[in-house]
Design a protein around this ligand. Structure first.
Ligand SMILES: C[S@@+](CC[C@H](N)C(=O)[O-])C[C@H]1O[C@@H](n2cnc3c(N)ncnc32)[C@H](O)[C@@H]1O
Length: 180
């Protein structure tokens, strides 16, 4: 299902295969027992989302954004949406409006699968400016990419960008851990 929908919408999905468990684990590595606000961009088939839900504390809140209505419906049918997990059929670019409506000021972790290579740099700049404005001072923005083409852009936005590589994924992926 993910692959069919991903192929139909390759411009937005950026991949035809869901993330491997190795990549999923790397993306969620910093989720511990603390009560956090976690925002995910690009739910897709919900593989990362499910892992976040398994690792997060009961009182942590997760808000996950998926643009594609078919992917959203599929994810909604298999993920346990409740008072502390909200799945939003909408663009990650509007995450700030959603947080404002719920009076959430700061986010501890952003976990993003957005296909950065397919987005234009002005849009990424705008999104990252909003991410920084909402990121807790000790928080992290975590993003994966199949190339390094947005590494310099991320470094221009964040004080620190730690880079790691996950060969056991198709395609192999780079993970950025960014802090302010
Ligand atoms: C590479 S897939 C990742 C799916 C899943 N998180 C994973 O890692 O296996 C990227 C996902 O981001 C979604 N997406 C693309 N642009 C988006 C946007 N502006 N807001 C929210 N989701 C978006 C796509 O529809 C797709 O499901």
């Amino acid at each position: 299902m993910f692959s069919i929908e991903a192929i139909k919408n390759l411009r937005n999905s950026g991949s035809v295969v869901p993330s491997s468990r190795f990549l999923v684990n790397k993306m969620t590595r910093s989720i511990n027992g603390e009560d956090h606000v976690i925002v995910e961009f690009g739910t897709g088939n919900g593989k990362i989302t499910k892992n976040i839900l398994q690792k997060k504390s009961l009182r942590s809140r997760l808000i996950s954004f998926e643009l594609n209505p078919t992917m959203y419906e599929k994810a909604q049918s298999k993920l346990p949406v409740d008072g502390r997990f909200w799945l939003v059929n909408g663009s990650a670019f509007s995450f700030d409006q959603y947080l404002e409506q719920r009076q959430i000021q700061k986010v501890d972790q952003f976990i993003s699968s957005l296909p950065l290579s397919l987005l234009n740099e002005n849009d990424i700049d705008n999104l990252l400016a909003k991410v920084k404005a909402h990121l807790h001072p000790q928080g992290v923005f975590i993003q994966y990419q199949y190339s390094l083409d947005k590494y310099e852009l991320l470094k221009s936005h964040f004080k620190e960008v730690k880079l790691s590589f996950t060969p056991l994924n198709f395609p192999p992926a780079f993970v950025y851990r960014c802090s302010i």
